[in-house]
Design a protein around this ligand. Structure first.
Ligand code: ZN
Ligand code: ZN
Ligand code: FE
Length: 757
């Protein structure tokens, strides 16, 4: 006997080809009824044989379109109506602002094979896309996500494209950026004066010729421009470094395909899976000896960031080139990624030789995501293209609209409203006017896309953070707005709790560079017992001075010197045979000592990041670093797992003291021994502290845990101890995760009560 079932679902079910998918399933199982978009997602009725409906339901959940995700599903028995067909009902766009805007997605296999098929009308078309792939967030101006609200509104569909767009069983049904040679954007090759040298495929041919002779080419991607050069040519890479004034910071490398990539990098199964995923992030992996990629790409480091082409244009260019390219974001340091060729020429005209440009505007910039696999789990170093904006449906509703503005470095923001949690893409370091404008533009974009008017704004406690100033000013202008400030390291830990929905007390290790402490001093190696409402700082590293303040961040040798000053008399230090001492003149050493004695521009800090720096300097691995995180990255290579000894340390009244480690290191010369024992010591300290609170789950966050070796060891040791260890795998462990922790705190303070649904 035929029955009727009514099904409602929410999640990522709109604008992802869900209705045509349901339509085709209904035809397959001979069911009648309808499907339509609703305010919260998709609703449908199916009528027919109960067994067929069961099979339909199973297929619904297992064969979903690649971009779809069902968060909530509700099935009810319904009155039998007697439908005679199955139909797609056009949307009323009732409450379109609750529909999430999806991230940009790499070209799908279908489109790729069409693009490579000489018989297809989109053969070699650089903007081919379908409902399952292509640009989204980067082209959207406002919601609903319809062509007139995107930068594709300047292109009128030709008849053939329009027919595909309107056909419910076509795989380009309602694909907003649909286009073809006849009606879509066009490629142009420009010189650095903006003169057009070529149009169409000729642009790619000439760009490839230029790359082959060592030239630097800017290419418009999904969320911004890349700078490209031949990754196998030391000359080309050094030219890029020289022109961009980027001494040693590693570049990411894009390979034509996975076979080429495997010839240059050692991949685990998880790493490979991530590299070929529909998001196509940059993944940091181990380089193999004999790799085609020259050493200048990542000098002195055994790991490289690799990724695959993710737009049709990338594929066309790399297929023709047949080898790997350096592909680095086009920007001036501390500024956001560039998305217009005019700005590109103005700012980087001296760096590039040619520009591959096109006329589909990038509305919202978005950098490449950067990840690594640690202990089998995904770890974000940067959450951006492919993953963000990330929208998650929560199992409860909040009456408040919370905007968390994050930290100053690796900034990102989080929105919490209704039952939705939205994480913005990586915005970056807010050290320039351009970067801060980008931050403000992103706030505005999210306000527009989600119809979001914050009534709670959350920021860090650091009075010097641009985001803190911005939030405080916003509150001054709008006194009804609630302003909440959250301690930096507590926010790190709350981000982990938020991701894992961990309720109640945890023992949290927040290890990073620096953050503003509740006592006004600099914190950075904090062990806290924390729940959603408050925290208690249980342990911390014994502070040492940051000689020269900010300068200490760039010069590991300053941290080493500060540690020496802390524990040894000056005469003893001068008698030591340490390479780091030789990097200062005698006058400089005395000057540093005076500064240390008097505390002139030398605040005390309990920073774990600076401790890494100090050890890297004492072991003569890095004295002056040319990019952030260099110490940790370089030290990884000196770890020998066969060395199991660790240095002696003491923990008294909550203070971790490493005097004995420091004294021991001054007598040692073997880098491998120093570094291995240092990693062992940190692991030992963490386990020691964990053992003092056997009842609490362990939580780890902060930039220091980007260190793969440290994190792997902790995971292994925790497993051996039978302890649960949690770290983030959906948001960055660095300051990119701060906004989530801030929002989570605001959600849990008393007057933002939540109601269960
Ligand atoms: Zn596609
Ligand atoms: Zn067309
Ligand atoms: Fe931090």
């Amino acid at each position: 006997m035929a029955v009727n079932k009514k099904i409602e679902m929410s999640g990522l079910v709109q604008g992802v080809g869900f209705r045509p998918f349901v339509y085709q399933l209904a035809l397959r199982f001979r069911l009648n009824g309808y499907v339509q978009n609703s305010s919260g997602g998709v609703s449908l009725e199916v009528e027919g044989d109960p067994h067929a409906i069961d099979a339909f339901m199973e297929a619904l959940e297992t064969e979903m379109p690649p971009l779809a995700r069902i968060d909530q599903l509700d099935i009810r028995e319904n009155v039998y109506t007697g439908y005679e067909t199955f139909t797609i009902i056009d949307s009323e766009e009732s409450d379109a602002k609750s529909v999430p805007v999806l991230p940009d997605i790499a070209i799908c296999d279908h489109c790729l094979s069409e693009m490579k098929d000489p018989g297809n009308r989109r053969y070699h078309y650089p903007f081919i896309n379908c409902t399952d792939c292509g640009p989204r967030y980067s082209i959207v101006e406002t919601v609903p996500y319809d062509r007139p609200n995107t930068s594709m509104r300047f292109f009128t569909m030709c008849r053939q494209c329009e027919a595909e767009y309107k056909d419910p069983i076509n795989r380009r049904y309602h694909a907003q950026p649909i286009s073809c040679f006849e009606c879509g954007p066009t490629l142009r090759l420009l010189d650095t004066d903006g003169q057009c040298l070529n149009e169409g495929e000729g642009s790619i041919i000439r760009a490839v010729e230029a790359l082959k002779v060592g030239k630097i080419v800017a290419l418009k991607g999904l969320g911004g421009f890349h700078l490209l050069c031949d990754a196998t040519s030391p000359d080309a890479v050094l030219r890029l470094r020289r022109r961009k004034k980027r001494v040693a910071k590693p570049f990411a490398v894009m390979f034509p395909d996975i076979q080429h990539l495997k010839a240059s990098a050692k991949l685990s199964a998880e790493e490979k899976q991530l590299i070929v995923s529909k998001e196509k992030p940059i993944v940091i992996v181990s380089k193999i000896n004999g790799s085609m990629v020259c050493d200048e790409v990542a000098p002195g480091i055994g790991r490289i960031g690799v990724f695959l082409p993710y737009t049709p244009l990338h594929h066309l260019l790399l297929d023709r080139l047949g080898g790997p390219v350096v592909a680095t974001s086009a920007n001036l340091s501390d500024e956001p990624i560039i998305r217009e060729s005019g700005v590109l020429m103005q700012k980087l005209g001296h760096v590039i030789d040619l520009v591959v440009d096109h006329d589909r505007a990038i509305v919202n910039a978005n950098d490449d995501s950067v990840m690594q696999v640690v202990a089998g789990k995904h770890l974000f170093l940067r959450l951006a293209r492919g993953f963000a904006p990330r929208s998650i449906v929560l199992p409860f509703n909040t009456p408040k609209k919370i905007l968390a503005v994050g930290a100053n470095q690796k900034n990102s923001m989080t929105l919490l409203f209704g039952n939705r949690l939205v994480t913005s893409p990586h915005i970056g370091d807010l050290n320039s006017i351009e970067a801060f404008e980008y931050f403000e533009r992103t706030v505005e974009t999210f306000r527009r896309i989600y119809g979001f008017e914050a009534d709670v704004v959350v920021c860090d406690k650091h009075p010097g953070y641009e985001t803190t100033r911005w939030a405080r000013q916003l509150q001054t202008r709008n006194p009804k707005l609630q302003l909440i400030e959250v301690q930096h390291h507590y926010a790190h830990l709350l981000a982990v709790k938020a991701e894992h929905r961990l309720v109640g007390k945890v023992l949290g290790f927040a290890f990073d560079g620096t953050g503003y402490g509740d006592d006004g001093t600099v914190w950075g190696a904090e062990v806290m017992i924390a729940d959603e409402q408050s925290y208690k700082r249980q342990f911390r590293l014994r502070p040492f001075r940051l000689l020269g303040g900010e300068k200490a961040v760039k010069e590991p040798r300053r941290s080493a010197l500060a540690l020496l000053f802390e524990y040894l008399p000056l005469d003893d230090i001068l008698a030591l045979d340490l390479p780091l001492l030789g990097t200062f003149t005698e006058d400089e050493l005395y000057l540093q000592y005076k500064g240390w004695e008097k505390g002139l521009n030398a605040p005390y800090a309990s920073s774990m990041g600076r401790l890494f720096d100090a050890v890297a300097s004492l072991a003569d691995i890095v004295q002056v670093s040319s990019y952030e995180g260099e110490s940790g990255l370089k030290m990884e290579q000196y770890v020998d797992a066969a060395i199991t000894r660790h240095f002696a340390y003491s923990i008294e009244e909550g203070v971790i003291d490493l005097e004995r480690m420091l004294r021991a290191i001054t007598e040692m010369t073997d880098r491998v021994e120093i570094v291995s024992m240092f990693f062992n010591t940190l692991t030992e300290i963490i386990c020691d502290i964990a053992a003092r609170h056997p009842e609490l789950p362990l939580v780890f966050s902060g930039g220091v845990f980007q260190n793969r070796i440290l994190l792997e060891r902790i995971v292994r040791r925790c497993r051996e101890m039978g302890r649960s260890a949690y770290f983030q795998s959906e948001t960055p462990v660095n300051d990119g995760g701060i906004a989530l922790g801030q929002a989570w705190f605001a959600l849990h303070i008393k007057d933002t009560a939540t109601e269960a649904v």
